[in-house]
Design a protein around this ligand. Sequence first.
Ligand code: NAD
Length: 324
Amino acid sequence: MKKALVCGAGGFIGGHLVKRLKSEGFWVRGADIKPHDFSAPPWDEFLLGDLRDQAFCKKVVDTQFDEIYQLAADMGGAGYIFTGENDADVMHNSALINLNIVDLAHKFKARKIFYSSSACIYPEYNQLDPENPKCSEDSALPAHPDSEYGWEKLFSERLFLSYKRNYGLDVRVARFHNIFGPEGTWRGGKEKAPAAVCRKIAEVNANETIEIWGDGKQTRSFLYIDECLDGIRKFMDSSFNGPVNIGSEEMVSINQLAEYIMEIAGKKVQIKHIPGPQGVRGRKSDNALIFEKVKWKPSKPLKDGLRSTYQWINEQVKQISVKH
Ligand code: NAD
């Protein structure tokens, strides 16, 4: 039986990935600083601890894994990574985790290791026009990410690729573009746009008002979690090292996203635009390279994923209001 390790298994993508790997027959060890917030992923073993701590990492990577997925990071949505207030933590915490895990993967001869980078590594100067952002993999340099989160990801991509060049570690580096779905952070300050907008709409009655940061004309593309898992697994099974985008090419403005969610919720609400952290003006995945190398592209429209995400967040909102 193949053995996999998921670092960050208590998180959104990690929890779903554990389920996927189990359904494919892997033996799975998960590791995270916290248990999963919303479900009990079916891992065979879960180690609770701090991956910044080398001693803990040595317990987590103590054998040769067939596949390691390094997803653990200090991360959040715009309200966490673009305010500047968490920059030192984001850089320090995530860099330490990556330094620890990649080195142990090399020492214990992991057969393959996946690293989740981000679209946030792309230079701000290519993402000023909301209708025409450029995010092809070869546009990453000269580097000018708009957040320290992006700079750390860029450093760590290069770290993983250095282990490939110098030690032959078989790495896969993917740049995720806004992954969303049920069982992701939906409140508390670390949530991302789709979850935040679903929550805001779920919390109000028809014709009431919700707030959106900025003018809402900023654009993004959002990828549903199941599609993301398909992309990760196909990429892992390919012989391509990356870096490669894993995202959707269906670009919408945040105002359009809110309209879609209102339609799904069956309620029309008013939008009040307020100042707030937004990130770049436009961003969309460019899937040419992943399609060429891995033959993967998303298969479903954004609205499909929003439907199940809204349903799940609406349930969470209802449960909380019952408790209060
Ligand atoms: P998440 O925050 O739900 O998961 C990250 C997990 O890492 C959390 O469970 C957290 O507890 C864990 N973690 C953080 N610090 C740790 C530490 N010191 N020790 C042990 N565990 C620690 O985020 P996610 O959305 O599941 O993202 C997974 C990965 O994908 C991250 O590396 C993230 O940067 C990357 N990514 C995600 C998106 C997205 O849209 N969700 C986009 C780009 C990149």
